[in-house]
Design a protein around this ligand. Structure first.
Ligand SMILES: NC(=O)c1ccc[n+]([C@@H]2O[C@H](COP(=O)([O-])OP(=O)(O)OC[C@H]3O[C@@H](n4cnc5c(N)ncnc54)[C@H](O)[C@@H]3O)[C@@H](O)[C@H]2O)c1
Ligand SMILES: [Zn+2]
Length: 695
């Protein structure tokens, strides 16, 4: 049904009464999404703007104030399925001081001094400054030191009984240490660490499930989950920052800081990022210090909280409607904001992965101006249904790249783009090199298949080609590859073999001697083997073992390049996905050109007939384990011979091992073989086995 829409909001020029009514309806709707459903539709910053507008309107037009106004009470509600819990002491909200200006702290300090009738002659007030954790407020009730109940805030008066779910949080003690009061209600925040949240979303993405907008939401959803089994799987954490009902605690400390220390001594997690400071200056300094480190904290905070430290003064100051007078929240720039999607680009990563990226109208979020945000992959873009022209929520928290977390559905313009279709958008071709793009069954990502040629994949291709197990080009590491590619010395792989000592020696931090060595290593690498070369090409799914199988089966590169999928499938261990990947790779004209240029540059290897049809493979299907030192064969030679005969070499002995080949100083593997009754051979025995087929 039609709900008030932000999109056709009555203009602010309208009369204050209808504006106020409209704002109340908006706030009620969004509070329900947020507090009850744990599924907000707009960012907090937007909610706060509406809230502040209503507050201002009610201040100038007191006759518009209604008792049910969101400014007058906390808007949570008990979800069906949970037992309601009446709080012994109401759970309130905290007043938010003007967004990010340091003057917020000065206003608060001045107000407190006025309320306490202090003059300039009086000393500065002592405050406890804390982090404002972005999670879900929980009341933990301990009776005689035992956790008997955990409840959400709800509407502040009545919350939900979530004891079962809270018990699954390891950080929350089920029994307090030491001499606990008769009744102690501990208040604090259940939250999810950012790394845990990222892992959770990563897993959701892999499963093709809906991702969570932010850690607060994921944590709130987990706590308010009717199935404790699901709640237990979400990694939640907890920080205590306050208390509710207290009975029988004669030595309760007289300050906020003292009580938090005591809670910690009882075994509750209390953040150490807190300080007792003096006056407005101390608060401003704390706000600044934490602000500088906000991105490095392992969890989200949306601000800091200032509290009068002395409890007798807190009592004297008391409460107004939904907030205490002795505390205030001072926020940082929001980590989520709304903005418009101007376009959707597709970026090619260094391994060829294609990532859709939203181009955004510039927006200030998490302390920086953001113009790009990742959409992760095609399925996720479709699940969120992000289209060009949409208004979206962008999140930037910590050092991670900004991401689009949701579309603001009722702000979609009539001329918004089509549902996202990556293949169509690129017309099937990599935006960098024009090679075909592919997406395999069961994989989330599209990829460019021009691995050897694609500029985006140049560095990766070089490193892969040069590695020890491939072309073994000594001295061609990460840093040098960066320099060579960024400096324009290498555009495609074959350029490697055009590098001369003079060109190399001109590079930063490259001594003549190392340039000379590299040129020699390059020259040496030209003489290689077909398996090494094949592996070095970086064909997706073609690892060392598959490269060896292919080389053995076909004998020559040309035969592999021209093999049909059915022919590739005849190779040991090559399935449909691998066969298709090889076929697609060699179907790209650019990849073939690179291969030709490498051969023209002098890269060569011995070729043979291949074993495609009739060569004997006496060890086909057999698994062998090598241990100790053989008299004449090196470990690599033995392995090569076994594989050539169709066998596999495994690293450890199990019941599935067919033979163990033991040399001098064989250790635990030999013992294991004897224990399991696996036949043990020496070098001569191995050779005899290999010779079996050669009749
Ligand atoms: N996006 C939306 O649609 C939407 C809707 C409703 C509310 N909201 C957001 O919810 C927030 C308003 O919530 P609120 O009025 O319930 O209060 P609040 O979150 O602004 O402040 C009170 C809460 O702060 C938390 N807190 C964290 N650290 C604390 C500390 N050290 N000491 C004391 N309390 C601490 C507690 O959970 C407490 O309940 C705003 O940020 C608002 O944007 C968003
Ligand atoms: Zn490409």
């Amino acid at each position: 049904m039609s709900q008030p829409s932000l999109f056709d909001a009555p203009s602010q020029a309208q009369d204050p009464a209808s504006r106020a009514a409209w704002l109340r309806a908006q706030l009620h709707h969004h509070a329900h999404r947020y507090y009850v459903l744990d599924d907000p539709e707009i960012p907090d910053a937007e909610y706060d703007r509406l809230f502040q507008e209503l507050q201002a309107l009610e201040a100038t037009h007191p006759e518009l104030l209604t008792p049910d106004s969101p400014t007058q009470r906390v808007l949570g509600k008990v979800l069906d399925g949970f037992q309601p819990v009446r709080h012994a002491v109401p759970m309130l909200s905290i007043r938010t001081e003007t967004d990010t200006e340091p003057t917020g702290a000065a206003n608060f300090d001045a107000r407190v001094r006025r309320e306490l009738r202090l003059t300039e002659a009086d000393p500065p007030i002592e405050y406890q400054a804390e982090l404002k954790f972005d999670g879900l407020a929980i009341n933990l009730r301990y009776e005689r030191g035992v956790l008997v109940q955990a409840a959400t805030r709800g509407d502040g008066e009545v919350g939900e009984d979530v004891t079962q779910n809270i018990r699954t949080i390891n950080q929350i003690p089920l029994r307090l240490n030491g001499a606990a009061p008769e009744v102690l209600e501990v208040r604090g925040e259940v939250y999810m660490r950012r790394d845990a949240f990222d892992r959770l979303n990563e897993r959701q993405r892999e499963l093709g499930d809906k991702t969570f907008v932010n850690p607060r939401n994921a944590a709130a959803g987990a706590v308010r989950q009717l199935d404790p089994g699901i709640a237990a799987k979400r990694p939640l954490s907890f920080f205590a920052y306050g208390w509710g009902e207290v009975v029988g605690w004669p030595d309760q400390p007289p300050t906020q800081a003292g009580v938090l220390d005591a809670l910690e001594a009882f075994g509750l997690p209390v953040s150490h990022e807190r300080a007792v400071v003096l006056g407005a200056e101390g608060l401003i300094d704390f706000h600044r210090r934490i602000g500088e480190r906000r991105d490095q904290l392992p969890f989200d905070i949306d601000g800091v909280v200032y509290k009068v430290n002395r409890l007798d003064l807190q009592k004297q100051l008391g409460f107004v409607t939904r907030e205490p007078r002795w505390a205030v929240a001072h926020k940082y720039p929001a980590q989520e904001q709304m903005t418009k999607v101007l376009d959707i680009d597709i970026q090619v990563g260094r391994t060829g992965k294609l990532t859709p990226v939203a181009k955004l109208a510039p927006v200030f979020v998490g302390g920086v101006t953001v113009t790009n945000a990742t959409l992760h992959n095609e399925d996720e873009t479709r699940r969120k249904d992000v289209r060009i022209g949409d208004t979206v929520i962008v999140r930037r928290a910590g050092d991670v790249i900004p991401e689009v977390v949701a579309v603001v559905a009722d702000r979609r313009p009539a001329d918004a783009g089509e549902p996202f279709d990556l293949y169509q958008r690129l017309r099937g071709a990599c935006p960098v090199c024009g090679s075909a793009i592919t997406r395999e069954d069961g994989e989330a990502d599209w990829r460019c298949s021009g691995g050897l040629y694609c500029a985006a994949q140049r560095k990766q291709a070089l490193l892969h080609f040069a590695q020890r197990r491939a072309m073994d080009i000594e001295g061609l590491g990460d840093k040098l590859v960066e320099q060579l590619v960024d400096g324009g010395l290498i555009r495609t792989l074959p350029d490697l073999y055009k590098l001369g000592v003079a060109k190399l020696a001109a590079l930063d931090r490259m001594a003549d001697k190392s340039a000379q060595n590299l040129v020699e290593a390059l020259e040496k690498s030209k003489q290689t083997t077909l398996p090494r070369f094949l592996f070095g090409l970086g064909i997706r799914h073609v690892g060392e073992a598959t490269a060896k199988d292919l080389a053995r089966h076909f004998g020559s590169l040309d035969r592999i390049m021209d093999a049909r999928v059915e022919e590739l499938l005849e190779v040991n261990d090559v399935g449909p996905v691998v066969a298709q990947s090889i076929r697609t790779f060699f179907d790209q004209p650019h990849n073939r050109e690179v291969v030709e240029q490498l051969r023209a540059a002098g890269v060569h290897w011995p070729e043979g007939e291949g074993t495609a049809s009739d060569a004997p493979r006496p060890l086909l299907g057999k698994t062998l384990v090598l241990t100790g030192t053989l008299p004449t064969l090196s470990r690599d030679e033995a392995k090569e011979m076994i594989e050539a005969a169709g066998g596999k070499v495994a690293g450890s002995v199990s019941k599935k091992t067919h033979y163990v080949v033991a040399g001098a100083e064989a250790g635990s593997k030999l013992a294991k073989a004897e224990e399991l009754g696996v036949p043990v051979l020496d070098e001569a025995g191995l050779k005899a086995l290999l010779a079996q087929g050669e009749v």
